[in-house]
Design a protein around this ligand. Sequence first.
Ligand code: ZN
Ligand code: ZN
Length: 234
Amino acid sequence: MIKELLSIVKLTVFQPRCKLCDNILVHRNEEIICNECKSKIKINLEPVCEKCGKLLHINGNLCGECLINPPIFRKHISYSIYEEEIKDLILLYKYLEIEKLKKLIANYYIELFYRKVDEKFDLIIPVPSDDGRKREYDHILEVSKILSKELGIRLLNSNLKKIKKTLPQAGLSMEKRLNNLNGAFKLNNPVEVRGKKILLIDDVYTTGTTVKKCTGLMKRVKADVIVLTLARSI
Ligand SMILES: [Zn+2]
Ligand SMILES: [Zn+2]
């Protein structure tokens, strides 16, 4: 009796649960997050601005902002809108489960690449992440390593560096975001990216300040930059 009771307790208490919705993981292929949560994360196929990837609610190819003041990169594309499951998944990946989720996360970028870009590139460059904490892994770099292998594009990791500690961009005004990142990035060897076609990888696109700063450095040496992210704020 006690043994049976214990096994029931063990089953319910120690069953791994989905870290997004807390449902018990019952299927063999489920790890960290359940299949139902996974199925809710889909590529955005709504019309978006051809330049910055913003959802378009009116006819046309470009959003109002890009018509007046187009961003410095050639194009930015996101897998999805930054909300609900993907928002939680990105946080989970970034702060807790880099090792276990990196393949799943990389697959979203790969699907995005083949469906919406599919061009030849010379280099993949990850946006250096530094939130002021010392961590074993850099979540953007880990995913970029997989992308490099799967897409057959050389990874250039040691060139673009973050050289200044900055405040978290979230919660800052547009002007403060720009000032916050002034002088934050540096290309160690600009010659290596001169005239190259570059796939710049980041996780979330909010105002695009970070990727615009990084692109600016590369444009000085006439590189052509396309930015790929997982999710974009509306
Ligand atoms: Zn779930
Ligand atoms: Zn736009």
